[in-house]
Structure formats: structure tokens, C-alpha cells
Ligand binder design. Structure first.
Ligand SMILES: Nc1ncnc2c1ncn2[C@@H]1O[C@H](COP(=O)(O)OP(=O)(O)OP(=O)(O)O)[C@@H](O)[C@H]1O
Ligand SMILES: [Mg+2]
Length: 357
């Protein structure tokens, strides 16, 4: 069993507080992602789980077993690094067998397990190839096989796809997820790519400056972000500065530029300065001379810019000094032209208020 419990973990490097008071429980068999900008402490946290970095304080448990004082090879983790770390002077089989040799596994069993691991990553028959004869995607598979061959309970993947081109990344992330599910491993995955995190994770922890800002399912961190930082990090959005003009029965009206917005909120009073979050794809360009659908609110704005991107079109609208972004599938309706006026509808439940920062 390999549920992972991190309790009040802390680590400083000189004056840099790399990981601050992190507590986290990861379920047995869960695919869990650490997501955050460069330098926020993702690798440090993962290295502490693997045993390559000491804790200043706190503890780590795998199931009931405390492991933070054990050396790496006694933790039963397999780690895949950002830079494949493949030995160029060993064949594919030699690379994959490396961990088994270090553990003194006899050659017959070793060969069998290497073959099995290569089959798992779809590299059967590549045993005798040299690393320089492989593509980036194949090298990444060798790295994965080398890690799986020791049959770890916990799989640690630190930006394993960052050296691959965009298309291969999409394929490989799916393969990694399939493999993790098939083998029933608990996985911690590190990335700074929010789309990758949304696509493959069961839960995501969004980190900033050594702290966890929010832990939740992909849907939760995208749709119910804990704060503007998480909202912004999870993709293109609108974080609009405004002032509350009225608050009645959970419905709040906020003035943004020259427009009035409705939002759902538990608290708030007239005069409060707020930041209103609404995703570009939650905004609906209403056909000319049409009101909003039932229960939707609406506002008017001037079209400032239109960008056609194929699968969608992005529009920047001006609310009188404040820009709001809208995304529509395919192309914008004909009446939406630069300089023209448009009506925009939205569900107030999709508008989230934060205190102004
Ligand atoms: N061995 C070290 N000595 C000194 N400072 C370190 C060391 N390792 C990490 N740091 C610092 O700790 C902070 C967190 O680094 P870490 O590598 O964990 O970030 P990260 O989130 O993995 O970033 P990236 O996305 O760029 O890989 C950074 O400010 C980094 O410079
Ligand atoms: Mg890193």
C-alpha cells in the first residue's frame, strides 16, 4: 500500500525558503500533480519524497511507514527526471537493467524483467540499440522503463515530457497515465503546464513560492480557484477590478468600468473593492436584438480587437477603461466588428468575487 502523507514539511536553502509548511495526503493509486511556476518548489518537494533532499522539519509516510529518514533505495520509489538521465555508454537493455544490477538481481531474472519493462513502454526488440540511435520520445520511454523495472510502489515524474515536441507530449502523457493505472501505482507528477495537469491528473496541487495555494480536482482548481493567483495560473481569464454597488440575498452587483456585473457571493457590502473572475468561455456573445437566456445577466461593450485562432476566436472588449476577454468556438458572429457594440450574456454563478489584492 502506498498512500503518501506529507506532514508540515519545510526546507530552506540559505535564505531561499523552497518548501514552506506543506501538508498533503495522496491516496493509494492516485495520479497527483504538483503544478506551479518555475522556482516554486516542485522539484524540491519531489526530491524529498524520493530521498534526494533532506527535510528541515516535518515527516513523510508511505502507508503507516515513516520513510523520510530512509536512503532513496529503501523507499521503493522510481523517479523519472526532466533530462532523461540515460547513460550514453550503455545499451537500452543496459540502461533499463541498471537498477536491477545495483540491487544484485541475477542475470536470468534481470533479462526477463528488462524485456517485460520494455514491452510495457512499447520498446520490445530495442534491447541492443544505443541511446544515440533513439528519438526523444523513445529515450523518454527508456527512462520510464528503467524506473518501472524495479517495480516501485510510487512513481515520481519530474517534468518528464518537457524535452518533447507538443504533439508527442500529448501522446506520451496519455501513455504514462494508462501505464500508471494498469500497474496501480501511486504517482506524483510535476509540471508547469496547466493543460497537461488538467488532462491527466486526478488531483492537482497548485504551488507558489514553496506553499500549496490549492489542492483539488482539475475541475475544482479551474472552476473554483481559491484565489486570483490560481485562477490566473490555470489559463487565460478575466480578473476585473471593480467596486460593489449593492449586495442582496447572495447576489452582488459590481461596477466594472462603465458596466454592471452580477455575481454570486456569500459576503460583500457596497463600497468594497473586489476582483471579479469570469472565464472568457463563460461569456456568450448575444445575437443582435436578443436578450440573454433565462437566469443570465448581460452587459454591453465595444469590440476592441478580434483574433481568429481556428478552433476558437478571441475578442477583447472595452468596458470603458477595462478590457474583458471573450472566447467563442469557431468564428465571431457577423455583427461583432472592431469598434462595434455587442451584448454579452453570462451565468452569474460563473462570476466569482475575491477581495481586491
Ligand atoms: N540545492 C539547492 N541549493 C540552493 N537553492 C536551491 C537548491 N535547490 C533548489 N533551490 C532553490 O529553491 C527554490 C525551488 O526550486 P525547485 O527546483 O524546487 O523549483 P521548481 O518548482 O522545480 O522550478 P522549475 O519549474 O524551474 O523546475 C528555487 O528558488 C531554487 O533556486
Ligand atoms: Mg523543477
Amino acid at each position: 500500500m502506498a498512500a503518501i502523507a506529507l506532514d508540515k514539511i519545510d526546507r530552506k536553502f540559505g535564505t531561499v525558503h523552497a518548501v514552506r509548511d506543506v501538508s498533503l495526503e495522496i491516496r493509494d493509486g492516485e495520479f497527483f500533480t504538483l503544478l506551479g511556476p518555475s522556482g516554486c518548489g516542485k522539484t524540491t518537494l519531489m526530491r524529498m519524497v524520493a530521498g534526494f533532499c533532506e527535510l528541515d522539519s516535518g515527516s513523510i509516510r508511505f502507508g503507516a511507514r515513516r520513510i523520510d529518514a530512509l536512503p532513496p533505495h529503501r523507499r521503493n520509489t522510481g523517479m523519472v527526471f526532466q533530462s532523461y538521465a540515460i547513460f550514453p555508454n550503455l545499451s537500452v537493455a543496459g540502461n533499463v537493467a541498471y537498477g536491477l544490477r545495483a540491487r544484485g538481481v541475477a542475470s536470468t531474472e534481470r533479462n526477463e524483467r528488462v524485456r517485460k519493462a520494455l514491452r510495457l513502454v512499447h520498446l520490445d526488440g530495442y534491447e541492443d540499440r544505443w541511446p544515440h540511435q533513439l528519438s526523444g520520445g523513445q529515450l523518454q520511454r527508456v527512462a520510464l522503463a528503467r524506473c518501472l523495472v524495479i517495480e516501485p510502489e510510487v512513481l515520481l515524474l519530474d517534468e518528464p515530457l518537457s524535452n518533447l515536441d507538443a504533439k508527442l507530449r500529448v501522446e506520451m502523457r496519455y501513455e504514462i497515465r494508462q501505464l500508471q493505472q494498469k500497474l496501480g501505482l501511486t504517482a506524483i507528477y510535476v509540471t508547469h503546464d496547466q493543460e497537461e495537469a488538467l488532462a491527466i491528473s486526478e488531483r492537482i496541487a497548485v504551488m507558489r513560492a514553496g506553499r500549496l495555494e490549492q489542492v483539488g480536482t482539475p475541475w475544482e482548481v479551474y472552476n473554483q480557484p481559491a484565489n486570483p493567483f490560481v485562477a490566473d495560473f490555470m489559463g487565460v481569464t478575466n480578473l476585473l477590478p471593480g467596486v460593489v454597488v449593492s449586495a442582496r440575498g447572495g447576489r452582488i452587483e459590481v461596477k466594472i468600468g462603465e458596466a454592471l456585473f452580477a455575481a454570486r457571493a456569500e459576503t460583500g457590502a457596497a463600497g468594497d473593492k473586489v476582483t471579479l473572475l469570469i472565464r472568457p468561455e463563460s461569456l456568450l456573445l448575444l445575437p443582435a436584438q436578443h436578450g440573454p437566456p433565462p437566469n443570465f445577466a448581460s452587459f454591453e461593450a465595444i469590440v476592441a480587437r478580434i483574433e481568429y485562432l481556428g478552433v476558437l476566436t478571441r475578442l477583447d472588449l472595452d468596458l470603458g477603461g477595462v478590457t474583458v476577454r471573450v472566447a467563442v468556438l469557431d468564428k465571431a458572429p457577423d455583427h461583432a466588428v472592431p469598434g462595434g457594440r455587442v451584448s454579452v450574456g453570462y451565468d452569474p454563478a460563473r462570476a466569482i468575487l475575491f477581495p481586491a489584492s
